[in-house]
Ligand binder design. Structure first.
Ligand SMILES: Nc1ncnc2c1ncn2[C@@H]1O[C@H](COP(=O)(O)OP(=O)(O)OP(=O)(O)O)[C@@H](O)[C@H]1O
Ligand SMILES: [Mg+2]
Length: 289
């Protein structure tokens, strides 16, 4: 496995696209926003994540893929501080965040998508986003808000709903939303925190094809000006969205690069075929580009 670490192929977006994304224009930017060194998580002697060195470029959509049990979610939880690493170091935007708490890293702009359970089912779609905005600005217990402040939240909430194409659902109770739209609402409440970097764990899980297409468009749209780390089983989604992909298998990095290179990699193919492709939602055809 170690030999394949040398397969690291950096993929950089075309300059114009990158500049557009970042609203800057500094030419070819190769700027790492999130980095891990030797990241390791042991559960009672079992290495779920082993010595992972991850480097995510600012402004990119980075995919984290791998067969079931590869350590993707554990990695994700380590990055967002929901788990404490056994060993290793995590740097975000130049800061060592290894021993920070989830709320602290969220304040720095590294935000994971909320789980659906965090959506209040009896509140309307608009109210859910407004509550997220209030929370983000630390005013949840400010009962003396002026009308103008409330109006600002409303305006911003409507913008966010527009961004995730939920405008027509604004007045609906969140609990009544179709599944795919709930994920969109979840993304809107995440965007309320104005993240520098968003982490999404299987945003298309359990979705019908048309919803998948919708969420792909949505992720592409909301990724403008930010960095996204995406854990995803659906390789079509990964292919369509990701600039760079890290493949994990048995807790270790197996390969890294753009979709074409990792999907051609025999070790990646073997790792996927070693499990039942249907079980990981991988169409056979997706493995052969
Ligand atoms: N809290 C825990 N205690 C013990 N073992 C764990 C724990 N969490 C995860 N594991 C184990 O670590 C390994 C990696 O799990 P993880 O959930 O990170 O995989 P994954 O890549 O997200 O898989 P999937 O594609 O199924 O979501 C698995 O073998 C899992 O059983
Ligand atoms: Mg997982």
């Amino acid at each position: 496995m170690h030999a394949h670490r040398s397969l690291v192929i950096q993929t950089l977006r075309p300059v114009a696209e990158l500049a557009g994304r970042q609203g800057g224009g500094y030419g070819l930017v190769s700027d790492t926003i999130l980095e891990t060194h030797g990241l390791t998580k042991e559960f009672l002697g079992f290495l779920a994540v082993q010595n992972v060195n991850l480097s995510v470029q600012r402004g990119s959509i980075h995919g984290l893929i791998g067969p079931n049990g590869a350590g993707k979610t554990t990695c994700f939880n380590l990055l967002t501080k929901f788990l404490i690493p056994t060993r290793g170091k995590i740097t975000f935007d130049g800061r060592d965040i290894t021993s920070m708490k989830p709320a602290e890293v969220a304040r720095l702009g590294l935000v994971r998508s909320f789980q659906i359970s965090a959506v209040f089912p009896h509140l309307s779609v608009l109210e859910n986003v407004r509550v997220a905005l209030q929370r983000a600005r630390g005013r949840s217990f400010d009962f003396w808000r002026s009308d103008s402040v409330l109006k600002q939240y409303d305006e911003r909430a409507r913008e966010l709903l527009e961004d995730v194409s939920l405008t027509e659902y604004s007045a609906m109770q969140a609990g009544q939303l179709p599944y795919g739209r709930k994920r969109a609402l979840e993304i809107a409440t995440t965007l309320a925190l104005d993240p520098v970097m968003m982490l999404l764990d299987e945003p298309t899980a359990g979705m019908a094809n048309e919803d998948v297409d919708h969420i792909v468009t949505l992720i592409r749209r909301v990724s403008k000006g930010r960095t996204v780390l995406l854990v995803e089983h659906n390789l079509k989604v990964v292919e369509g969205l990701c600039d760079c992909i890290t493949v994990l298998a048995r807790g270790e990095v197996l390969a890294e690069g753009d979709y074409a290179s990792v999907s051609r990699n025999p070790d990646v193919q073997a790792a996927y075929l070693g499990t039942d492709p249907a079980a990981v939602g991988v169409p056979e055809s997706a493995l052969h580009v």
